[in-house]
Design a protein around this ligand. Structure first.
Ligand code: 5GP
Ligand code: ZN
Length: 114
């Protein structure tokens, strides 16, 4: 049985503040936002992390990025900008083992993130 929380959210079995969905991807607000705007864009299909992807995933990855930036603009980040982050594996801060793009905006973001 798949007990992945993001699979549950994508399937509508776990509640979330949904922003967008189609047959392949799902976008929703982060439950613990680190910025005034902080949402996640995920594939509905379970992919553990970015390093599991191959050439067969190129179209899906492109679609995730395009939707991420479109949604950032829809939510008011078009002028000020936004940060698009993919944490990959625990050493890089990944806590949920289902590929997700973080989109953060609405405040000044320092670099490097630490
Ligand atoms: P990671 O640390 O894996 O890059 O990011 C996981 C993100 O998912 C975190 O920012 C965390 O707040 C968010 N998150 C974890 N569980 C849930 C949940 O059940 N619902 C929502 N909306 N976000 C979640
Ligand atoms: Zn999953």
């Amino acid at each position: 049985m798949n007990d992945c929380v993001f699979c549950g959210i994508a399937a509508g079995k776990i509640p979330s503040k949904k922003i967008f969905e189609d047959d392949e991807i799902f976008a929703f607000h982060d439950i613990d936002p680190k910025a005034p705007t902080h949402f996640l864009v995920i594939p509905k299909r379970h992919i553990e992390n970015l390093m599991e992807c191959g050439a067969e995933d190129e179209a899906l990855l492109g679609k995730l990025l395009v939707k991420a930036q479109e949604t950032a603009k829809d939510l008011g980040c078009g002028e000020s900008g936004a940060r698009f982050v993919i944490n990959c594996k625990s050493g890089a801060g990944q806590t949920v083992g289902h590929l997700h793009i973080h989109v953060l905006g609405g405040r000044e973001l320092k670099w490097p993130p630490g």
